[in-house]
Design a protein around this ligand. Structure first.
Ligand code: FAD
Length: 509
């Protein structure tokens, strides 16, 4: 895109390159619409890299009778595990029981519904387990004797955004990260969209997918006052030394009625979240010492070997935009989305949602704006996950088979390196292995860095260390400085090892 040659008007301009914007861009491009996606910072740099990373129906939403939402999300769980096998997998959860928590009959009934609300091919069903004989029990205090094991999915949220953007771009979409939409005016036939770099794009229609900024963008960028007011609730996570012995995650009931998750994370770590804390603006999102303490206490109620502050190696905070319903607290407010068509102009604001339901959200948007076109994304693997299936195989099976063969074909590489890269960039690793990975730059390979820069819009060490990969957790300050230098950054003073908090740049910045 050059400043001197004006581009023809786009059918669709999307504000926001989180999972919802990226999913809409992919779906629309595949239906033949010309699309521009404009993101103020890094793609997936806000909420869509700060989630718990579960592809889940939301077991706890059953308590609030949100059966429709849970069924939709459970069905989608199978779809996402199938189309993105390189960055997602089924995840077992252990839900310990103790007196005073939800009674056993209630958990049994909830899990029965959870197992049966939608068809399952990939994800197993639930079962009661004896923690005294089960490996999961060894991580927990001996007073927990029984539990249920049930299944959901896990996905690398930030990479899911990139995969959607890659496919959108391959189908002709313009992807413009690090560019803010400043103002959009409808001149009676087209939107004139002013960007932070001084350019103006034209579009027939705008989709505002600005996540927690959606209402503000509707008001200040589109000049519309008919988007719902949002309640912004911060949710924080801590990353700690690994507390798991096996591959189970834990779903832990808390005395305040909430639940927290402990999830195996990046092989050597555990991810613990989340909290709920009202904030006034998305830019204000940052974990507080109280939240760190809350999460440690919540985990330590159950763990055999309690965690201390010294075990916390990293943390992050994201913001849920909740449309509060009359008489409901934020725990009861279902995490479904709403599509708001603005009066008198071809523009829509997307509010709420989940990583899990981004693809159906995109289909719903397209159903409204291009009703004659056909849905296509449910069966189309995302870039990196396009492994041909043998008869009867799921996407997960096919990917595992492909990876085993890849490791066997490249005996000159440590299988752990191949696995790490395959579970990051998927099938794109093949040409890199053929051509050679090149020198190690702070623990990453030169060919890998070039791939993130040239094919995944990475422009800084933070993009690579925290979103394209999570190598920021694994490498020390010297490695981070080497990656920063590769990007031509003035790395500044070497940061302390394993920083407690990383924050994202905000759209206004
Ligand atoms: C703590 C927490 C845990 C969660 N856990 C889960 C989970 O386990 N599973 C699940 O399914 N869902 C989960 N979710 C929900 C999920 O993360 C969100 O629904 C999803 O990420 C929202 O994506 P989005 O695209 O709407 O917003 P975002 O990812 O926030 O994207 C919006 C983008 O708009 C950009 N933007 C804003 N203003 C402008 C502008 N003027 N111009 C250009 N760009 C602009 C921002 O920079 C931002 O990148 C969780 C959410 C939170 C907060």
């Amino acid at each position: 895109m050059t400043g001197s040659t004006p581009l023809p008007p786009f059918d669709l301009l999307i504000i926001g390159g989180g999972i919802n914007g990226a999913g809409i861009a992919r779906d629309a491009s595949g239906r033949g619409l010309s699309v521009a996606l404009v993101e103020a910072n890094d793609l997936g740099g806000a909420t869509s890299s700060a989630s718990t990373k579960l592809i889940h129906g939301g077991l706890r939403y059953l308590e609030f009778y949100a059966f429709g939402l849970v069924r939709k999300a459970l069905a989608e769980r199978e779809v996402l595990l199938d189309i993105a096998p390189q960055i997602s997998w089924p995840q077992a959860f252990v839900l310990p029981q103790s007196p005073g928590d939800r009674p056993e009959w209630m958990l049994r009934a909830g899990l029965f519904l959870y197992d049966n609300l939608a068809r399952r091919h990939i994800v197993p069903g639930s079962a009661k387990i004896d923690l005294r004989n089960d490996r999961a029990g060894r991580a927990l205090d001996a007073r927990f004797r029984t539990a249920f094991r049930y299944w959901d999915g896990w996905v690398d949220d930030a990479r899911l955004v990139i995969a959607n953007c890659q496919d959108a771009a391959a189908r002709g979409a313009l992807i413009a990260p690090r560019t803010r939409v400043v103002r959009a005016e409808h001149d009676g036939s087209l939107w004139q969209v002013a960007l932070s770099d001084g350019r103006t794009l034209q579009a027939q229609r705008i989709i505002n997918a600005a996540g927690p900024w959606a209402s503000e963008v509707a008001r200040t960028v589109l000049g519309r006052n008919d988007a719902p007011a949002l309640r912004l609730v911060q949710g924080s996570h801590i990353v700690t030394r690994r507390v798991h012995l096996g591959s189970d995650a834990f779903m832990l009931q808390q005395p305040d009625g909430r639940i927290i998750f402990i999830i195996p994370y990046e092989r050597d770590f555990s991810l613990i979240g989340t909290t709920e804390r009202d904030i006034s603006a998305p830019e204000a999102a940052a974990i507080t010492p109280d939240e760190v303490q809350y999460l440690l206490d919540a985990a330590n109620r159950y763990l055999a070997r309690p965690l201390t502050h010294d075990d916390v190696v990293h943390s992050f905070a994201g913001v849920r935009p909740l449309i509060l319903e009359e008489g409901k607290g934020d725990r009861e407010t279902p995490r479904d989305y709403r599509l708001v068509e603005h009066d008198g102009v071809p523009a829509m604001t997307v509010v709420g949602g989940k990583i899990t339901t981004y693809r159906v959200l995109a289909e719903d948007v397209l159903k409204r704006i291009a009703p004659k076109s056909k849905p296509w994304t449910a069966k189309a693997a995302l870039p990196g996950g396009t492994v041909e299936k043998l008869r009867g195989e799921t996407g997960q099976d096919a990917f595992k088979r492909w990876l085993t063969n890849l490791i066997a074909a490249h005996g000159d590489y440590d299988p752990r390196i191949i696995k790490r890269l395959a579970h990051t960039i998927g099938t794109a690793v093949e040409p890199l292995l053929e051509a050679g990975l090149g020198a190690s730059i702070g623990g990453l390979f030169e060919a890998e860095l070039q791939h993130y820069r040239d094919h995944e819009w990475a422009a800084s060490s933070a993009d690579v260390l925290w979103r394209r990969t999570k190598m920021g957790l694994h490498i020390g300050s010297a490695g981070k400085a080497a990656v920063a230098e590769w990007f031509g950054e003035d790395a500044g003073p070497v940061e302390p090892e394993l920083p407690l908090t990383h924050r994202f740049a905000t759209p206004g910045a």
